[in-house]
Design a protein around this ligand. Structure first.
Ligand code: ZN
Length: 158
């Protein structure tokens, strides 16, 4: 079976950044629903379209093809007194961006009475080195398509 829309695909996926920092080590296979459900970077889905079990590939994705360029306007400084106690570097919270849309903000720095929050995706601005091996391809169930993700051992368990 070749990968096409509404296939459940299991991959061995390794991802690192251009500095060699490992983001995903590939030890545990991952399953995703193919066909633009936002489970996988679109560029990677494009590269896997039409491939079958046994296919292996590796790609270098620019930030624009991966998680986008960094947007410095998404970095905000907030007074520490506006936070509940226990705010920590690396912590994440839901907040609002400059346009009022909801986004996940990461605490990047605490500088005296100020907390610096970053609304960029943690991988924004990074060039990613990705390798993938296709381990399994099957038709997704109607329930998986309705949920927009794959169930089972390497997918969602609920
Ligand atoms: Zn589900």
């Amino acid at each position: 079976m070749n990968i096409s829309k509404d296939c459940a695909v299991t991959l061995r996926l390794k991802v690192s950044d251009a500095q060699g920092q490992v983001i995903e080590n590939g030890k545990d296979p991952v399953s995703y629903l193919h066909g633009g459900y936002g489970n996988l970077i679109p560029k990677l889905e494009e590269a896997l379209e039409g491939q079958a079990v046994g296919f292996k590939g590796s790609w270098t994705l620019s930030p624009a093809d991966a998680f986008g360029e960094r947007d410095e306007s998404l970095v905000q400084t907030i007074a520490k007194t506006d936070f509940p106690p226990g705010v920590k570097v690396g912590g994440q919270l839901e907040g609002r961006g400059p346009d009022g849309s909801q986004m996940v903000l990461t605490v990047v720095k605490i500088k005296g009475p100020q907390v610096i929050l970053d609304g960029n995706h943690p991988l924004a601005g990074k060039t990613l080195l990705i390798s993938a091996q296709v381990l399994e391809v099957r038709a997704a169930s109607g329930e998986e398509i309705a949920h927009g993700h794959v169930h089972g051992a390497h997918g969602h368990q609920h």
